[in-house]
Design a protein around this ligand. Sequence first.
Ligand code: TGC
Ligand code: FAD
Length: 393
Amino acid sequence: MSYYPLNSIPDYYSLDHLLTDEHKLIRQSVRDWVESFVMPQIDEAAQHHKDIPNLMKELGSIGALGPYIPEEYGGAGLDQISYGIIMQELERGDSAVRSAASVQSSLVMFPIYEYGSEEQKRKYLPQLATGDIIGAFGLTEPNHGSDPGSMETHFEDKGDHYLLNGAKMWITNAPLCDIAVVWAKNENGVVHGLIVERGMEGFTTPETHNKWSLRASKTGELVFDNVKVPKENLLPNISGLKGPLSCLNSARYGISWGVIGAAIDCYCTALQYTKERKQFGKPIASFQLQQKKLAEFLTEITKAQLLCWQLGNLKNTHTASPAQISMAKRNNVKMAIDIARESRQMLGGMGIMGDFSIMRHAANLESVITYEGTHDIHLLITGLDITGINAFS
Ligand code: TGC
Ligand code: FAD
């Protein structure tokens, strides 16, 4: 259970007025699920670097996998604001839980839905939506992270199949995945997406150990040693780097909402603690320095909520540009990590303990500020959009 009463979760600018009854119902049901399923076991999972048993099936059961995918393929056919709200509620619990839903929804279901054949959609999407199978997304490589266009993973046309070689690194859910959407170059250096299934000879998924962040999530490699991939597993309707990058638009959008949840959890914890904890004979919330921090947290959370709400409207009308999404991802993750770091201090020594969620969020957000494009890469995307001048290379 959360340390603070759930009715202290802020809506300072009455954003609820902008939400439909359906949005509010979705928020309540995901919030209830996070309270009953995630909160009781998340500290144990993170402390011991274990994944949460049955997490993906549970996420499927509450409709958190592919919420905006049409119902005929197993999704819920919801709008983008609903997707954002779900991500926010999940990440109030833990970034690992949001990550699991993000990857499955935006990085596995989205490319199959958007670029897959009808057979691929029917074969994979319903099972991904229920969590009966787990997907991973392979773009980053040991030598190419921010610059995925230089990827080395490649495949050759062998007549009746493709032969895939290379390796992907830092892949969420790699050790657990049943399938992976893998981005690789053909003989002409053109990027394509391939669906690789566990059990294909030469495909292995070693786990990455010793992480200090996202400890309730499994991360690993995808290694391809002469893997024979059937030709029908190539995503037929996309080629070029814009394929994987367009998936990132959807996932980055979800992160922009998600991290508001982490920030809210830190803010509410700090508010509750500082009202209870007494020093110098008074609650520490009565000191101006603590109030300054709380006031700034709420201001930043409110600004982030407004950014996401309007970005959701743009997404709903298919008019959100990649640069607008980069701005929200960059701003909101920085907002959340700053609140996590500051609120941890407000709890003094207790702030480092697993009894409270703040240290876990702070550690998780170090990954969130790095994956899906680092903080600085998103700044350069904004810089390019403003000036028209590419400062990447
Ligand atoms: P550039 O030449 O700019 O672009 C190549 C082609 O792609 C198009 N494009 C996009 N299309 C859709 N959406 C976007 N966001 C797009 N960005 C670019 C572009 O128009 C072009 O199309 P065309 O038709 O002209 O070919 O590419 P570049 O090589 O200069 O690189 C640009 C850069 C650095 C911005 C990009 O590569 C980048 O975003 N780098 C960051 C890498 C990244 O975000 N990796 C994420 C890996 S996945 C992950 O972290 C999952 S974490 C999951 C979790 O647990 O939640
Ligand atoms: P690098 O690209 O080596 O960057 C190192 C530093 O250099 C950064 O600070 C960066 O901002 C800076 N830098 C790089 N280029 C420039 C430049 N042109 N100008 C200025 N500064 C620059 N990837 C996937 O494909 N699938 C996943 O599921 C996935 N899950 C992940 C889960 C976790 C927990 C983590 C940590 C990462 C995950 N990633 C995944 C990888 C993630 O997207 C990359 O780590 C990220 O894109 C950065 O790449 P890199 O780590 O190689 O850093």
